[in-house]
Design a protein around this ligand. Sequence first.
Ligand SMILES: [Mg+2]
Length: 431
Amino acid sequence: MKRAIALIDVNNFYVSCERVFNPKLKNKPVVVLSNNDGCAISRSKDAKALGVVMGAPWFKMQELVKQHGIIGLSSNYALYADMSNRVMTTLNDFSPNQEVYSIDECFLDLTGFNRDLKAYGQEMRGRILKWTGLPVCVGVGSTKTLAKLANHIAKKQSQFDGVCNLNQLTEDELNKVFSNIEVGEVWGVGRRLASKLKVLGINTVLDLKRADPEYIRGQFSVVMAKTVSELNGTVCIELEEISPPRKQILSSRSFGHTVRDFNSLAESITLYMSRAAEKLRKQNSFAGSVHVYIRTSPFKLDEPHYSNGMTIPMPSPTDDSRQLVKISLWALKRIYRPGFNYAKAGVMLSEIVPKAGIQNDLFSQPVSNQKSEALMSAMDDINRKMGRESIKLASEGFKRPWKMRQENKSPNYTTDWSGLVRIGDLNFKLR
Ligand SMILES: [Mg+2]
């Protein structure tokens, strides 16, 4: 059966999140800036039209800023993470098989869905807009690489109305579309590889699709050869599905920027494990084992690669953040190697069992430790009432890798009571 894989991606995600809560930003050129208000990492359509490129340093565009009134916002990751969760939860209803690929993109497996997928994609767009206020585009193809490309087409070519299903096109139609897209737009083909491909006369997506995979493997790598196969509809990259929440709890994110030092990784692992442990307690379970992993980007072929993970069985199942964090940091110490640009880290809790009826290890402390239970539930209560991270473990850090100078940051509209939008603040001009 032909696979149908959808890639749903929020348009200009960070800028769109800001616009949901601040209508003044609509139809204005807006950019969201990276750490320390350094470079543009998300641009509104209007800002793109003014020639603001991705990664452009803020201090270098001051002339343009004055001329056109470009609004530069500090990044507000608490807001984006919360909005991301809302989008992903909403999309989860559309397929049992979901891979959250990044903060604003996910894959859904729609294989065997007996319905018009173009209409289904429109349904997703409508529901996400209604429930979160965010605009998304949907691309469908028979492989992940084709789904990514379909999403790009849905975004750039207005006749698709936000949803592009490549599975509906004939081979001739497909080739025609591909002949008009630059090869650099293909998933995993960056600017550097694109220029190397162009030297070999491979300029468009169609050229790459028609290239001999063996030749490509010789010139580049097995990764690029897989890309060619995927463009021809052969699945080489499977969905990295997450098992049902009852059995495993996963918490991971790609970093906005590469991270090199141990302390920054330790802080992010602590944060992910704290989140995972919170979820664990919410469903009244204990975890019997902990998995920790770190990796560099699989797409940066010119940089040294490293990825490693470690699974540690717990002496006895627990839901205590302190114990879970301690063990994950112990594992991190063993898999960490200096000298690499890390792009992602994550933790997974497994061997999850219900809290009731736990068997204690003969040689360890009893797990139903009343002190620990009281402390954890107090922690969860405080964070629920006062906002996320009101109270946390110290190893989560105070100068995190993503913590930064923020001169123009919006309030945490959705995760902090004091950040709630007040109607009077919006200064609507009523006429
Ligand atoms: Mg996006």
